[in-house]
Design a protein around this ligand. Structure first.
Ligand code: ADP
Ligand code: MG
Ligand code: ZN
Length: 710
């Protein structure tokens, strides 16, 4: 017994070593991400598996690595052509033999692919669900080791991207009872997960739920005022970085893209109203870093695995946290710092409310919207709120959200709250927030006068507070349960028992100051740090290679690989091999060019460093001795001629011989001598300059005086 156990664990250890070797050789990674190893070994033991991981969690590897470990072919069902193409590009760059098959390919190409498939030449074979029927006869001719159903939520009508063709995948288990199936999704919703497994006829599949935390995403929420201006500031140091701005309407995507272009950014709009062909070309340009900014409705991003999206902005508030998380999840897939920014505005909430009221399932959707709102208005760590929503209970502050970075300060807002509550009471709880604010600020608009609200006792009671600030305070009062909104009746503001306690029972109120909110907005986020010179150079080289090979830049190397290269600065093949993302194929193909770039960089740095040890006047003198003219030295060194003459003078003081006569004539020296007699000791160079009616330059005056004194 004892022996079998040790034998088993030995086998396991051996298998793990084997998988780690495959991981390094084919993908260049040194370790597995959470859950990957467990999932992979289950698959290799022919178990059906469901992998639930956030976007960017590393799902693909869970079937790509088994495919390489197994003898036959792994068939991957993937919903979108762009997605297949992307994965195939990445795998090929890693030297894996792989192909995809779909209806858009010319017949000849399809035949070629099928031939390779039947000959057993392909380790992985990607196919769209719609085309599965077309190649089934060929699949019968080969050994299919594994079926991978990527984006598996597409099979469920409960999910958010239902694809009818996915439902035929239920047949797979009946036809290939001995072939394991792995279903992969980022859907956190339990009911959808159950549905996926039932539809695939693998109800007993083992579920692997990875953490949904994406610690590299910086979470930030700002009030949605002057959004364009805020975006401009946000993008200031991100001009070459890829990012997505999500909006609610098609029209606003176009408007914002146009404005950004006017400000000198490269941006394009993307929405379902644009012709399919143009849409895919916009997407291609984004993937290949030709268009860094896409302004889109939520339809964008679903079919994209681009790993180097560095930021995501929500121009409008999403309708639930699932959508929000999926959309921000498109940033920073490579695990490197990425920025996310959500603009929160109360009018967005009202508009979303309207959508919901006109749709089915109102109650659930309303509850989800409320959670979204609470997240946006949070005054404590946003990641804690987010993870708790997805069922991961944590209490540890993340230190990578706006609130953690600058926690709010509170003030005693009892009087403010009393005034607000009193206004609501005097308006008989019949008005929405906007009117309450108008009354409190003493607005003189037509509506106020029509309704006679200027006679209310609290009219103008808070006129010193700006409209927007007052709105923020009232939102806080809503969150504290002092007030509530009656959405069923024109969103009227109503009092709660707590409000009555504030008005009549000396209940005190603390509110967060808005200063912190504003300070946060002007602060630069952590991810916005300036890139190093080497990183920039490596990026340029990567772009050049990508263009030559006609693949997206991140297929050559991800940003994560470049960062690692930047840190390790490898100059030998052994060192280069250790860089994350460098497997056998990339080592062979790219080690030399990238190392050349690194060596050159190190050399120029060394010369610069050497130079910086040499005093600046010595450098100028060195150049002077080489016969370079003063004007040229000044230009080369980015200094003024005045300064260079000063350097020479200093050199002379140190005892070097310099022939000054070539710069200044004896007549000029005499003139300066005369001036010296006319002027007093205290007079500075400026006095001389004026004396000569600005006709003799400063450096000459200085030189003349120097020569007279020595
Ligand atoms: P998902 O499909 O879950 O959204 P991907 O499979 O596209 O995520 O993986 C996201 C990124 O993470 C890719 O760039 C991938 O190469 C990288 N990745 C996956 N596994 C690892 C690992 N073990 N170590 C380092 N990077 C990894
Ligand atoms: Mg994926
Ligand atoms: Zn936090």
């Amino acid at each position: 017994m004892q022996q079998t156990v040790t034998l088993l664990s030995m086998l396991q250890k051996e298998q793990k070593q084997h998988l780690l070797r495959l991981l390094k050789t084919h993908f260049g990674y040194d370790s597995f991400r959470p859950n990957q190893l467990e999932i992979i070994s289950n698959v290799l033991h022919k178990k059906d598996v469901m992998a639930i991981m956030p976007t960017g969690g590393g799902k693909s590897l869970c079937y790509q690595l088994p495919a390489l470990a197994l003898k036959g072919t792994t068939v991957v069902i993937s919903p979108l052509i762009a997605l297949m193409k992307d994965q195939v590009d990445v795998l090929r760059a890693n030297g894996v033999s792989v192909a995809y098959y779909n209806s858009s390919q010319p017949t000849e190409e399809q035949q070629q692919i099928v031939e390779n498939l039947v000959k057993g030449k392909l380790k992985l074979f990607y196919v769209a669900p719609e085309s599965l029927g077309l190649i089934e006869q060929h699949l019968k001719q080969i050994t299919v080791d594994l079926f991978a159903v990527d984006e598996a939520h597409c099979i469920s009508s409960w999910g958010h991207d239902f694809r009818p063709a996915y439902t035929q995948l239920g047949r797979l288990k009946n036809e290939y009872p001995n072939t394991p199936i792995i279903a992969l999704t980022a859907t956190a919703d339990r009911a959808t997960q159950d549905d996926i497994l039932n539809q695939l006829s693998i109800p007993h599949a083992e579920r692997h739920l990875a953490s949904f935390n994406r610690p590299n995403l910086y979470l930030e929420v700002r009030p949605g005022q002057n959004r364009m201006q805020q975006i401009q500031g946000f993008l200031e140091d991100k001009t070459a970085e890829s990012g997505i701005i999500y909006c609610l309407s098609r029209k606003s995507t176009e408007k914002i893209a146009e404005q950004l272009c006017k400000q000198g950014f490269k941006a394009k709009a993307y929405h379902a109203g644009i012709q399919a062909e143009e849409r895919s070309s916009i997407q291609e340009d984004f993937i290949n870093d030709r268009t860094p900014i896409i302004v889109a409705t939520i339809a964008f991003g679903m079919g994209i695995d681009k790993s180097n999206v560095r930021w995501v902005i929500h121009y409008n508030m999403p309708k639930n946290l699932e959508g929000y998380y999926q959309e921000i999840g498109r940033a920073g897939r490579d695990g490197i710092d990425a920025n996310t920014l959500l603009f929160y505005s109360y009018s967005d909430v009202l508009q979303l409310r309207k959508f919901i009221d006109n749709s089915a399932n109102t109650e659930v959707q309303t509850a989800k919207l409320e959670r979204m709102q609470q997240f946006s208005e949070a005054l404590s760590c946003r990641r804690i709120a987010l993870l708790n929503y997805f069922g991961e209970h944590t209490t540890k502050n993340c230190n990578n959200c706006d609130i953690c970075k600058r926690p709010p300060a509170y003030f005693d807002a009892t009087i403010l709250a009393q005034k607000v509550c009193s206004a609501v009471a005097r308006l008989k709880e019949q008005e929405a927030m906007g009117v309450v604010i108008d009354v409190l600020r003493g607005s003189q608009n037509a509506m106020i006068y029509e309704k006679g609200y200027q006679h209310i006792k609290t009219y103008g009671a808070l006129k010193e507070i700006s409209w927007q600030d007052l709105q923020q305070y009232i939102i806080q009062l809503l969150n504290q349960g002092v007030l509530q909104i009656n959405f069923k009746e024109h969103s009227k503001l109503e009092l709660t028992p707590l409000a009555k306690a504030i008005l009549f029972d000396k209940q005190t109120v603390q509110l967060a100051t808005l200063v912190t909110v504003k300070e946060r907005a002007t602060e630069k986020s952590t991810a916005a740090k300036k890139q190093s010179a080497l990183f920039e150079k490596l990026k340029v080289l990567r772009q050049k290679i990508a263009a030559e090979e006609n693949v997206p830049a991140y297929v050559v190397f991800t940003d994560a690989s470049l960062k690692d290269m930047e840190a390790k600065k490898p100059t030998t093949v052994e060192a280069f091999e250790k860089v994350s993302g460098v497997g056998a194929a990339k080592l062979k193909k790219y080690a030399k060019v990238f190392m050349d770039e690194i060596v050159t960089h190190l050399k120029t740095k060394k010369t610069k460093k050497n130079n910086s040890k040499t005093p600046t006047h010595q450098i100028s003198f060195g150049m002077y001795k080489e016969g370079i003219t003063i004007a040229e030295i000044a230009k080369e060194r980015g200094l003024t001629e005045n300064t260079i003459y000063g350097h020479l003078q200093k050199i002379h003081e140190n005892g070097e011989t310099i022939d000054f006569e070539q710069f200044i004539s004896s007549e000029e020296i005499q003139k300066i001598e005369k001036a010296k007699e006319a002027l007093t000791e205290e007079d500075g160079l400026k006095a001389y300059f004026t004396y000569f009616e600005e006709k003799i330059p400063y450096w000459k005056i200085k030189m003349g005086l120097y020569l007279l004194d020595n």
